[in-house]
Design a protein around this ligand. Structure first.
Ligand SMILES: Cc1cc2nc3c(=O)[nH]c(=O)nc-3n(C[C@H](O)[C@H](O)[C@H](O)COP(=O)(O)OP(=O)(O)OC[C@H]3O[C@@H](n4cnc5c(N)ncnc54)[C@H](O)[C@@H]3O)c2cc1C
Length: 465
């Protein structure tokens, strides 16, 4: 029998890591504190529809994604989201999010010019970007500060904040340019103009998002099939310590101790800090520096008649700039966005809330939370009915904030842990939010762990089946 590796955490990062390790004939034990695997990929049933309450879409063209989907045999059931536009809820009501606007600002100027979202002065300032002096980027800076320096603050407040800030539940002036938008950091390093660098570049096909009939748990449920990974649910790991023989002791609250040759912590940094305390006070102190935002997702069903004649529901959802001061951060019109969610009786809307430093979610009970988010939606869209059904999913301290200096912080943590052969980290707290980034992170941790054990390389996330 070869070495044994403990993978701690059964979210998508841990599942990917365990899958890749098992392919290298390593004995893998996966410890998960909750009763089910999947972590932030979890569903509920509302109005007879399976709805994702955490992550709801995969980005199909992200590196390695379609290779993994075909590897686990899920290519044929993939459902692509309907093409459609999103709204921005601005001071003048709902305005179309112009085509080509991504998390780091506009990629095309013409649709922004036509959209009416920006003032004349703001547009004029944004147009001066190629002429703004380009200073050398020292270390890191906030995405908001960088984009603001280049295009003016209006671009940040009207586009970067509602798109990127909402995605990360963060403050765009604190989110790291290097960790979150490495392509912008590369332009800054070359002291180039953003507009000139993008000139002539294809903006590519529009992002393609997808899911399956049963939601994204379809993927998490497939990840370990026929892998031989031993799964221990309801097994929260309390600590990892090193034994005199150089192996590791993994202690769970429920199950006692397990001796293993290597450990991958695929859990949030705040949880890893606790688990690694007996191993390294230095790593613990660094891990504790990562901040988290608490968020909540509320899915509401309305009678179909409630949206009759409303232009808002011609879009697939709306984004709310933080300056608006609303609890509602974003709404996805599930029945419009996904072909399989179209229903003749009800329409389903997914309402999101929670930003860093915002404590209001914790002070509201579920009934109050639904009522407040519904009131915001009524004001934005004029929807004409009370909810007939709703479900609240809270995600306390769930969204890691990859803030200024994050890349350096994580590399210091990894350097510190390198002292212990066979201790690796994976997940969104370290390598970035989103399923695609977590799959890459899990595969990378498996590869590093096998290297520590002197075993041949694991398959990378991009290597296909
Ligand atoms: C509301 C919401 C919407 C999102 N929407 C999208 C989207 O549409 N598309 C997208 O790509 N991404 C989306 N994301 C982000 C994406 O879901 C996450 O980045 C990703 O799922 C994180 O995976 P992970 O494995 O790193 O962590 P997690 O999913 O948090 O998994 C960590 C696991 O570790 C377990 N654990 C923690 N401590 C211990 C311990 N001590 N012992 C044992 N187990 C432990 C936890 O129970 C959990 O199961 C969304 C996230 C949220 C919250």
């Amino acid at each position: 029998m070869g070495p044994t590796v403990a993978v701690i955490g059964g979210g998508i990062s841990g599942l990917m890591c365990a899958r890749r390790l098992s392919e290298a004939n390593v004995r893998v034990i996966l410890f998960e504190s909750s009763a089910i695997l999947g972590g932030q990929i979890r569903k509920s049933n509302i109005a007879d529809h399976d709805i994702d309450m955490g992550a709801e879409a995969i980005h199909v063209s992200a590196p390695g994604m379609s290779a993994l989907i075909s590897e686990v045999g899920l290519s044929s059931g993939l459902i692509k989201s309907n093409p459609g536009m999103s709204w921005l809820w601005t001071e003048s009501g709902l305005q179309r999010l112009p085509e080509g606007v991504g998390p780091s600002g506009p990629r095309k100027l013409r649709p922004v010019l036509r959209s009416g979202v920006m003032s004349f002065g703001g547009l004029f300032r944004a147009g001066l970007e190629p002429l703004v002096p380009r200073r050398k980027l020292r270390g890191d800076m906030g995405v908001g500060e960088y984009v603001g320096k280049r295009f003016g603050r209006e671009v940040v407040d009207r586009f970067v904040d509602p798109v990127l800030g909402s995605l990360h539940s963060g403050d765009v002036y604190k989110l790291s340019l290097r960790a979150i938008t490495p392509e912008l950091a590369a332009i800054a390093d070359r002291r180039k103009s953003i507009m000139m660098s993008r000139r002539g570049q294809q903006t590519g096909a529009p992002l393609s998002f997808a899911t399956w009939i049963g939601g994204l748990t379809t993927l998490t449920q497939r990840m370990l099939i026929n892998t031989g990974v031993k799964v221990k649910t309801l097994s929260p790991v309390d600590s990892v310590s090193v034994l005199p023989n150089g192996k590791y002791e993994v202690k769970t609250v429920t199950d006692g101790s397990t001796e293993v040759d290597a450990v991958v912590l695929a859990i949030p940094a705040r949880a890893a800090a606790q688990v690694l305390r007996p191993l390294s006070h230095e790593a613990t102190a660094l891990l504790e520096k990562v901040r988290y935002a608490s968020v909540a997702t509320v899915v509401v069903a309305y009678p179909r008649t409630a949206i009759a004649g409303l232009k808002a529901f011609k879009g697939t959802g709306l984004l709310v700039p933080s300056a608006k001061g609303r609890l509602l951060k974003a709404a996805t019109f599930v029945s419009t966005k996904w072909p399989h969610m179209d229903d003749s009786d009800v329409i389903l809307v997914r309402l999101s809330c929670g930003r860093i430093n915002e404590k209001v979610i914790d002070s509201l009970d579920d009934v109050e939370l639904v009522a407040k988010l519904h009131a915001d939606l009524v004001e934005a869209t004029e929807i004409k009915s009370e909810p007939v059904e709703s479900f609240v999913q809270r995600w306390p301290s769930a969204m890691p904030q990859l803030e200024i200096g994050h890349v350096e912080l994580v590399s210091k943590i990894r350097e510190d842990l390198a002292f212990f052969n066979g201790v690796q980290l994976a997940g969104s707290s370290y390598d970035g939010l989103g399923i695609a980034a977590c799959l890459r992170s899990g595969a990378r941790a498996a590869e590093a762990c096998l290297k520590d054990l002197g075993i041949e390389k694991a398959k990378s996330v991009t290597s296909g089946s």
